[in-house]
Design a protein around this ligand. Structure first.
Ligand code: FAD
Length: 419
């Protein structure tokens, strides 16, 4: 291993925290700086699914056609906020170019290895603590129409070909597996590879672990400037007038990463995909196995005694804080239609959480060193799989900084790739 370095991580979401954890384990002196108080990121209210089953990136054939159809339905799970923006046009063009069969085929095995490594790391962490309620119950993809069944069965066969453990379930078998409540679906796919946890509790556990390991946590400080000399970052500066020096700088700022990378003269094509969730506390009657309700793309996750519902993907900008109640209605209607005994109602604004998924246009994260700046690394772009992929991302970041062997192929994550 290389000698101990001073590493600055910008962004204290789940990706930043896991990067800091493994860097600290390797003996580096780590500082994390976050513009909030470490509880306001996308990493809290998400659906908590760990998904080796998700081997198909968001940019895939059929997505454009489906997306255009959904655009005209105010309750649909996908929406692009129409606006005149160069970023949106560039991102859209790249998304379109990446939505090919060839791209999906190229990426699938690497995404699987990336995900499986992450799951192993979660398993390891769960042996230390049960506090974040890590469970291996798999993930049920439920469907109500023949058309969606066909699509899901195709995806499941692809996963099976890549040696993931998959069961195809009839209507009756779905109900036998889900003992908690009545399910209205014509069948399902059970990905046994998948797991879930309680993200809010995971984040609390990671923060405690980092504090115990003497990682410096600087909250409520927004990085507003970066000093570069001869192709090297010297320091980052915050709106609280702090100047934070370091040997290496990891940018894990989620959907805000493009703003930061601009400051070092680099473009990062990434847009926020806004999603909502709400959580029923102490839910007595409810599903016991996490599921995705495919027609509405709603995730339902039991988290201890609580039950979380998450959904929608609104491609927007980070200033869009509006909660669109029609989309929440879409989530609720889908949940009630698959789980008729639940009978939930649309939550109030105060009970609704939203977060910005950092979406790269080819559906593949950016993890690695930035060309032309010798001590800058990016760790972002995980879109709807940031929680799932965060531990493996942290391991890769540590591997690159500590000059350690990385157990999986990481070329496909290259942040300098041409999309
Ligand atoms: C409804 C919903 C459901 C989801 N479900 C799942 C799921 O089941 N499984 C899964 O794997 N993923 C899921 N996701 C996606 C997942 O939540 C994200 O991919 C993940 O949280 C991204 O983590 P991150 O650390 O990259 O970014 P974030 O969590 O957004 O963290 C970025 C941090 O950077 C900080 N920051 C930004 N700019 C600056 C600056 N200038 N200076 C200092 N700090 C800065 C921010 O304050 C923030 O804390 C879901 C997302 C949503 C919205």
């Amino acid at each position: 291993m290389s000698k101990s370095k001073k590493v600055v991580v910008v962004g204290g979401g789940v990706v930043g925290l896991f990067s800091a954890l493994y860097l600290s384990d390797s003996g580096h002196e780590v500082t994390i700086v976050d513009k909030n108080d470490f509880v306001a990121s996308c990493s809290y209210g998400n659906a908590g699914l760990i998904v080796p089953s998700h081997i198909i990136p968001m940019a895939a054939p059929g997505m454009i056609k489906q997306g255009v159809k959904w655009m005209f339905d105010s309750k649909s799970p996908f929406y692009v906020r129409p606006r005149l923006s160069l970023e949106l046009l560039t991102w859209g063009r790249k998304f379109y170019r990446s939505s090919t069969k060839e791209h999906v085929e190229n990426v699938k095995p690497f995404l699987r290895d990336f995900s499986l490594l992450s799951k192993e790391l979660y398993k390891e962490l769960a042996q230390e603590s049960e506090s974040f309620l890590y469970k291996e119950k798999g993930l049920l993809m439920l469907f109500q129409s023949d058309k969606v069944a066909d699509e899901e069965l195709l995806a499941a066969r692809a996963a099976k070909e890549l040696e993931l453990e998959v069961d195809f379930l009839s209507e009756k078998e779905v109900q036998e597996l889900e003992v908690g409540t009545k399910v209205k679906a014509i069948g399902g796919v059970h990905y046994k590879s998948d797991a879930h946890l309680y993200p809010n509790k995971l984040m609390q556990y990671l923060l405690k672990k980092l504090k115990d390991s003497k990682v410096e946590l600087i909250g409520n400080a927004c990085v507003t400037d970066i000093e570069l000399i001869n192709g090297r970052i010297l320091n980052v500066r915050t709106n609280t007038n702090q100047v934070i020096l370091g040997d290496e700088f990891v940018v894990a700022a989620g959907s805000w990463t493009p703003e930061i990378s601009k400051k070092i003269g680099k473009k990062c094509s990434l847009l926020p995909g806004k999603g909502y969730s709400f959580t029923l506390e102490k839910s007595v009657l409810g599903p016991t196995v996490p599921s995705i309700l495919c027609e509405g793309k709603v995730a339902v996750t039991p988290m201890g005694q609580d039950l979380r519902f998450g959904g929608t993907m609104e491609i927007t900008n980070v200033r869009d804080n509006k909660i669109r109640s029609k989309r929440l209605e879409g989530i609720v209607n889908t949940a009630n239609s698959f789980y008729p005994e639940l009978n939930i109602s649309v939550p109030s604004e105060k009970d609704t959480w939203f977060g910005f998924r950092p979406c790269s246009p080819d559906g593949v994260p950016y993890v690695g060193r930035v060309n032309g700046i010798s001590n800058a690394l990016l760790a972002t772009g995980h879109s709807m799989m940031g929680l799932s992929l965060a531990p493996a991302t942290g391991k890769i970041i540590d591997g690159l900084i500590s000059n350690k062997k990385i157990s999986i192929d990481i070329d496909f994550l290259n942040p300098n790739r041409k999309i």
